[in-house]
Ligand binder design. Structure first.
Ligand code: ADP
Ligand code: MG
Length: 146
């Protein structure tokens, strides 16, 4: 895959881009979603879930840290680690079981906050604004790292 750069100008385009990506997602993949608050990480997760065939609304798991969905082509584990106090808390939530089992696809919003426990083999999705290109402009970079 290498690197993919996608520029979007509204929420729907980001949703559709993520939806398309997830149609090729494989069990065991870990997608790290990074970018400032309000940049569109959850919108990306929502499109991604839809592409896996999940019809249930995907909501930001800010308070529960993780939410899982089993109705799609592959299980989806959606993390938002913004409120995690320490990487130790991830064990309790079942993070390592999920990562090690590799049965589903994992999305991690704010992965930079737990970078020491992110697998090396990951797909890094970085979303950035550029206000010179408009309020709703987003640059989405997808890089497969290992
Ligand atoms: P995050 O999870 O990164 O904090 P959210 O996905 O919750 O961000 O929110 C993104 C916000 O930005 C939404 O209100 C969405 O409507 C808005 N938005 C505007 N333009 C875009 C775009 N191009 N892509 C994604 N979201 C966008
Ligand atoms: Mg979010």
């Amino acid at each position: 895959m290498g690197i993919i750069v996608k520029e979007t100008n509204n929420e729907k385009e980001t949703f559709e881009f993520a939806k398309e990506l997830s149609s090729k997602a494989l069990a065991g993949e870990v997608y790290c979603l990074d970018g400032d608050l309000g940049v569109g990480k959850t919108v990306f997760a929502q499109g991604f879930g839809r592409g896996l065939g999940i019809d249930e609304p995907i909501v930001s798991p800010t308070f529960t840290i993780m939410k899982e969905y089993h109705e799609g082509r592959l299980p989806l584990y959606h993390f938002d680690v913004y409120r995690i106090d320490s990487e130790d808390d991830m064990e309790e939530i079942g993070y390592f079981d999920i990562i090690d089992n590799a049965e589903g696809v994992t999305l991690i919003e704010w992965s930079e906050l737990i970078k020491s426990i992110i697998p090396k083999d990951r797909i890094k999705v970085t979303i950035k604004k550029d206000l010179t290109k408009g309020f709703d402009y987003r640059r989405i970079e997808v890089v497969r790292e290992d």
